[in-house]
Design a protein around this ligand. Structure first.
Ligand SMILES: *Cc1c(COP(=O)(O)O)cnc(C)c1O
Length: 388
């Protein structure tokens, strides 16, 4: 038995919900998608929620709704999944990165302020910034929001790791400090719909645009038609959109999973507490979670100063694998990917991301991770590292 770094938690209620859709009239474009959208909107306190077939699709749709186009600039965090950056490139815009904070691993508000000030002087401000709630911990959104206002920049929160988490006592996704928030329901994330994602916003105009872009740029709402309504068959394609729709099969699974969101978050936080206690007084640094945040704990990211020890990160990964425990790294800085290297980034601009890449690794974290498995993660890790 191998312990992975993440996995889904599926129960009989989830299975029954999916089977019920399979036996119904609609496998897609039926009632399960709007029901799931409404439930996520209610959970996070957003007026609008738009489901899609992945967070990647919805990041693209969110950029399109904010009119990101060739000639525009988008900034995100270098320590994220590549999708956080690719969405800008899909729109023909240019991408750049803001270094992370070395304690939270989130976009650093001070690095952001400095970069915005320099960009203003060069008249090269970004249109959109995409802070990423790394591992499930919210970014310092209040500061990021006030900087965005000062410099006239729009904000998309990449909350792929963070559904169920909160910031200043409010759920992530209420968009109080952003234009749009994006969640992912990939099986490694907090809740799953197989593949899938959700965009939330308080802005009706942005919601309409995202609904259109996720489905071919088509509207069937006669109040939105620009030309005369020819008859009952009539609809209009008003934008160049995509088929990024979520199926009802997936939505039913997501909606069923959502009923257990708080249980999942609690279980993940309990596991994090046990890890934290076990690593106190060792050379392993536990993640630090800000006072005003409840992390969704998608990831438990530990750090170790490999450069001061005889073991490399590669050796740690293979030694743990021999114990049946799979570690992971979230993430290699995006600018180190060959595709992004071609765009010409200078790693010395991102010292905190580089240090993070040298020291960080993710250990197993998921709601169903049993106590005996937590214990073997802890003892194997302490064994392997102190054996040096
Ligand atoms: C998983 C993830 C995505 C992409 O999510 P999909 O639903 O798999 O498309 C985007 N950003 C971050 C930070 C992620 O972790």
């Amino acid at each position: 038995m191998v312990i992975p770094y993440a996995r889904q938690s599926i129960n009989q209620q989830d299975i029954d919900a999916v089977v019920a859709v399979l036996q119904s009239d609609y496998l897609t474009q039926g009632p399960a998608v709007p029901a799931f959208e409404q439930a996520v909107a209610d959970l996070v306190g957003a007026k609008h929620a738009i489901a899609g077939n992945s967070a990647t699709s919805l990041l693209h749709v969110a950029c399109l709704a904010l009119d990101v186009k060739p000639g525009d600039l988008v900034w995100t965090s270098p320590i994220s999944f590549v999708a956080s950056a690719n969405c800008a490139l899909y729109c023909g815009a240019e991408i750049d990165f803001v270094d992370i904070d070395s304690e939270t691993f989130n976009m650093s508000p001070s690095a952001l302020e400095e970069k915005l000030e320099q960009a203003r002087k060069k008249n090269k401000l970004p249109k959109v910034i995409i802070p990423v709630h790394m591992g499930g911990q919210s970014c310092e959104m209040q500061t990021i929001h006030s900087l965005a206002k000062t410099y006239g920049v729009r904000v998309i929160e990449d909350a792929s790791h963070a559904i169920g988490g909160s910031y200043n006592g409010k759920r992530i996704g209420d968009c109080r400090y952003s234009d749009i928030t994006i969640f992912s329901f990939h099986p490694v994330k907090i809740i799953t719909s197989g593949e899938g994602g959700m965009a939330t916003t308080q802005d009706e105009h942005l919601a309409k645009k995202m609904q259109m872009f996720r489905s071919h740029g088509i509207t069937r709402n006669s109040q939105e038609f620009v030309n005369a309504n020819d008859g009952p068959w009539y609809y209009e394609q008003q934008e160049l959109g995509f088929n990024y729709r979520l199926t009802d099969i997936a939505a039913a699974l997501g909606l069923s999973q959502l009923q257990r969101i708080d249980r999942f978050i609690n279980q993940r936080n309990e596991i994090a507490d046990r890890y934290n206690k076990a690593f106190t007084g060792t050379a392993i640094t536990a993640p630090s979670i800000s006072e005003n945040v409840i992390s969704a704990f998608h990831l438990y990211i530990a750090r170790y100063e490999f450069s001061n020890h005889d073991i490399t990160k590669g050796h740690l990964f293979s030694a743990m694998k021999k114990h049946g425990i799979l570690l992971n790294l979230h993430y290699m800085p995006i600018y180190r990917q060959p595709f992004f290297q071609k765009l010409g980034f200078d790693a010395t601009n991102f010292p905190n991301a580089e240090k993070y890449y040298a020291e960080a690794f993710s250990i197993p974290m998921y709601a169903d991770l049993q106590e005996s498995d937590q214990n073997s993660v802890i003892s194997s890790l302490l064994n392997v590292l102190s054996a040096q």
